[in-house]
Design a protein around this ligand. Structure first.
Ligand SMILES: NC(=O)c1ccc[n+]([C@@H]2O[C@H](COP(=O)([O-])OP(=O)(O)OC[C@H]3O[C@@H](n4cnc5c(N)ncnc54)[C@H](OP(=O)(O)O)[C@@H]3O)[C@@H](O)[C@H]2O)c1
Length: 313
């Protein structure tokens, strides 16, 4: 069986790493770099991706994997749909079948709106949600996938991408359809990123009361919740460069949860926006950046305390 041609947009931390996994297995990976930053262009080149116009991408790829900031997922799908319509009108009956997998952290409602864009367009649609970090040596995240009940053959074909290195897990069975893979992703991320957001919120609030309060919080966590303190030492620094992207993700989770409880992740979206503002102030060398300094200092102190605790064992 010859390796398929796929398209991945964009070459972000996740998209480029997935592309590298697939190019290593012999797949041709197309992308479109119009308007993209030098960092994205460099990642695309390193992963062996080919930059082509959107219309060519729509004409050549069997699968399009949309892997970009959640807030851009719907707009990109609409852009791709237009490119596909253009490529179809020039290729006519000779046009090859193509399927679009939205792999972003979007709410089931958003993914259903994306799926609806493709109704009657000749583009197959898979709802996918990635759980885990970018692929690296010896590690692959899971691509959970679900489809409309009538598209089960397409779901099996998506599962066939395992052969080329994509770690696919199918979400099928009673009641499963478009929206469920995204619901799973929202539920998982709502817990994992929610915990990090909650810890960061309380560290900042404790410090705002007084630096002594933050220190007391650290020592009480060490004494009574050492697993949480240990987790903070890793997860808070890992979160900082992703805070900007988590704003949109928390908003999607909030829409997914709905009702009064939607306020929980809406509040965390505000927290991640606040952290991103603080990072930008720090980057520009402006006054501010205080929140990021507080979080980093807490983590450094926590590492020392955790290290001392382990030394005593
Ligand atoms: N990273 C992870 O650990 C992880 C884990 C699970 C799921 N995911 C999912 O993967 C998706 C991407 O995450 P990521 O970590 O790869 O993000 P990222 O590193 O921030 O990269 C985002 C990429 O999207 C590009 N981009 C931004 N706006 C775009 C647009 N309108 N059209 C086309 N490309 C655009 C960016 O290009 P510029 O550089 O030009 O801005 C960049 O290359 C998200 O939906 C996320 O939920 C990520």
């Amino acid at each position: 069986m010859s390796a398929p041609t796929l398209a991945i947009v964009a070459a972000g931390a996740m998209g480029a790493a997935v592309a590298r996994r697939l190019t290593t297995a012999g797949c041709i990976i197309l992308t479109n770099l119009d308007g993209r930053s030098p960092a994205t262009r460099a990642r695309a080149a390193a992963a062996g991706m080919h930059d082509v116009p959107m219309v060519e991408l729509a004409a050549r790829a069997r699968w399009v994997l949309s892997i970009l900031p959640p807030s851009d997922a719907l707009a990109f799908a609409a852009r791709f749909k237009d490119a596909h319509a253009q490529s179809r009108s020039s290729q006519g009956a000779t046009a090859a079948a193509i399927a679009f997998a939205d792999c972003n952290a979007v709410s089931p409602e958003t993914v259903k709106r994306i799926a609806a864009l493709f109704t009657g367009s000749g583009v197959g649609f898979v709802d996918a949600g990635i759980i885990g970090g970018p692929p690296r040596e010896g590690y692959d995240p899971v691509f959970y996938a679900s489809v409309a009940p009538e598209d089960s053959a397409l779901l099996e074909e998506f599962a066939g991408l395992k052969r080329w290195g994509l770690n696919v897990s199918l979400l099928k069975g009673e009641g499963a359809g478009v929206g469920d893979a995204s619901a799973l992703k929202m539920s998982y991320a709502g817990i994992s990123k929610g915990i990090i957001g909650l810890c960061s919120t309380m560290i900042l609030a404790a410090h705002a009361s007084s630096p002594a309060t933050a220190q007391a919080l650290l020592h009480e966590l060490s004494a009574s919740q050492p697993a949480i303190l240990q987790r903070i030492t890793k997860s808070v620094p890992n979160m900082l460069p992703k805070a900007y992207r988590w704003v949109g993700e928390m908003e999607e989770i909030s829409a997914f949860v709905g009702g009064g409880e939607a306020q929980v992740h809406r509040g965390l979206a505000a927290l991640y926006a606040r952290i991103e503002r603080s990072l930008q102030e720090e980057r520009k060398g402006e006054e501010g950046g205080e929140d990021v300094r507080v979080l980093r200092a807490f983590v450094e102190d926590a590492k020392r305390v955790v290290g001392q605790g382990q030394g005593q064992e």
